[in-house]
Write a protein that binds this ligand. Sequence first.
Ligand code: SAM
Length: 366
Amino acid sequence: MGILSIVATPIGNVGDLSMRAIEVLKRADVICAEDTRHTRPLLERVGAGGARLVAVHAHNERDKAPDIAALLEAGQKVCFVSDAGCPGISDPGGRIVEAVVALGHTVEVIPGPSALTAALMGAGVDIAKLAFLGFLPRKGKERERLVRHAIDVGLAVVVYEAANRTDELLEDLFAWCGPRRVVVARELTKLHETFHRGVLGGTLTPPLVDKGEVVVVVEGGDVVAHDTAPLDVTALANDASLSPKERARRLAQAQGISVREAYARLQQAQGKSDVAEVRRALSLAAEAAVALLSADDTARAARQGAADPSEAAGSDIPGADALLRLLARPSSLAAPVEAAEAARALLGAVSALDALLEAIDADADE
Ligand code: SAM
């Protein structure tokens, strides 16, 4: 039985390839690489360019296992490397290890650089217990569910992302995690390595750059104080420059609540509770019903002689004149009785709703 060596390679700085990794790669007969064109220059640079290269990637990983097993059985020294960092960490490797072990072989690991550990080393926030989520799904409920579960149990969250998608990711993380400390580790081990530090919902220092690769670390534990002024909900609720949808979206994000809940809170801040809204609708409906009843009578009078139906109406009930004009039109003349019946039904509904409101009020008082 043979040994398959799983070898970590640099994530940006060639100097990070360990002495042990170089030795193992130099002695290898076959090196399985995620992308042979990518790996060849690295091997040549460290004097390990003698091995035969075989492409093993996410799409053929499992299928290649019998070939690798055959090489190991033939006594060949075989290594596996991914494009950068540790194989198996958001990279191919895991399936090949599983399959080769199942075929009776052994694996050894040659640990080394990984964006995950490098980001954690420089994060400087509470990462005592953490959830590494790799690349989050781009869309859908699972994206949110994964993060919320981890945060709910006090874990720090670590996520891989491309730099140009980081803003969107940070917005989502703020909506789900609230104002926690966050670190965006960019271009680790490279010339432009930068740790952007801040609080979710606030600003990051220095500002993010849209290029490169990043690891995002959100601290675990309790929510910390926000480093920006807290959101003034009343001011937001009354900010006429924003659409109601945008106001709700901002509040939802700031408070880590659903947009539906945000709508309700904004209404409350405007002094418009649901009950107040129902009351307003009720009084409008009652007014309309009374106007309909009155218009029905006055329409009859109008049809019986008045030249100008609005003179015949003389009603001080809001809306009655408009209804009267409507009912006095020839096309509406046929329906005065139905209008009166509709008005009575409407009044019935109004009093039923009123009773319901009384019950709600009584519940609230208890
Ligand atoms: N197996 C690799 C490891 O051990 O880190 C990760 C490979 S994964 C396909 C690539 C992702 O890792 C990138 O999108 C980025 O999130 C992160 N990454 C890789 N190199 C990085 C670097 N130098 N700086 C920051 N993040 C990096």
